[in-house]
Design a protein around this ligand. Sequence first.
Ligand SMILES: Nc1ncnc2c1ncn2[C@@H]1O[C@H](COP(=O)(O)OP(=O)(O)O)[C@@H](O)[C@H]1O
Ligand SMILES: [Mg+2]
Length: 414
Amino acid sequence: MKVLIIGNGGREHALAWKVSKSKIVSDIYLARGNAGTSSFCKNIDIDATDIDSLLEFAIDKKIDLTIVGPEDSLCMGIVDKFKENGLKIFGPDKSCARFEKSKKFTKEFLEKYKIPTAKYKFFTCFDDAKESLKEFSYPLVIKADGLCLGKGVIICQNENEAISTLEDIFIKKIFKEEGSTVIIEEFLKGIEESLLCMVADNKLFPLETCKDHKQIYDGNKGPNTGGVGTYSPNNFSNKTKYNIEKILGKIEYGLSDSGFHYYGILFIGFMIDEDEPKVLEFNVRFGDPETETLMPRLKSDLISLIDKCLNKTLTREDIIWSDDYCLSLILVSDGYPSKYEKNKVISGIERVNNSLVFHNGTKIKDGYILSDGGRVLTICSKAKSLQEARKIAYDDCNRIYFENKYYRTDIGLN
Ligand SMILES: Nc1ncnc2c1ncn2[C@@H]1O[C@H](COP(=O)(O)OP(=O)(O)O)[C@@H](O)[C@H]1O
Ligand SMILES: [Mg+2]
């Protein structure tokens, strides 16, 4: 069977790696893929948002299954387009992708179905938003409604910061149309966790737990990134598990009651305080870097799980995990998450022997592998204990060199 994977990051490399283990798969195409996927897949030169060309390619090549990585393609309606043309594709349709496209849409859903979340109000003009600041205490959270590449959420410590953030969004329009609606939200304390679920027509099948590290510096300091280190499993207390199951039930009910037919992945971001989880946000696709850490632990054949999910025959027992721990370190470019360096020659990947290396942002030029993104490589190791996995990953990380390589040194220490 022929599989097409849309996207070019570490998430897509990890998905392709897992798909390549499936006995029934003959060809894997990546649009566009990266230097890492080029060694065992066929990278094709079509952008993830060029839906018409992707469709044409899939029809022409008789692709049996398409797996979508990035949210942009989903929000643009790639799933609707492929299905209209009789093609099998794993991901939510445009209508369900609104859970990521619009934070207001998700908040209204959470409120309607009494799913715990931070108190909020939404605004479409500066004056109203500024006026309502008095109703909140500090810190408070200001969020642009739309897709902002993970930069649309600002935590404000005082009124001055809040006003200047509102000015940036409403008046300077730093997020353009994506910031035309703004959410002001209560700040939640606690520990942040995310849970990825496979979804078969609104029914949720949780994957294993995985801990992400968002801030760039050790000790969870500095600005937020797309994620710079993960490990799995990340065990929840029984009470937390119980509360999460209750939330999953309400989400399933809400999806059906609203008339959705959600298929694909639902990524639920939680803030958990004293075993009480509240939903921070929904994403409608596989997480990056969670996927890099989960795929090596997944024993079941991913293609067969996706098939069962699309046929609505999936059960929780089908999703089988290794007992091992996985830990991933992300090597990033100097400057990330602000303006960062690119085109640095990467060496030493072939010296890594105990970890998997997934490429996040790389390209090949004149036979060299060059850095081509803020996040460059993910070093993922698997072992019987978290500490062992941690040791292997850090050892292997030292085998790879590129100028001004940076990584956190405290992943897995807690
Ligand atoms: N209400 C909140 N209280 C505390 N922290 C928050 C809150 N909402 C968001 N955050 C922080 O901001 C980050 C980004 O917010 P999120 O809603 O996940 O948006 P996005 O991932 O689209 O940028 C979260 O991962 C979390 O660390
Ligand atoms: Mg988020």
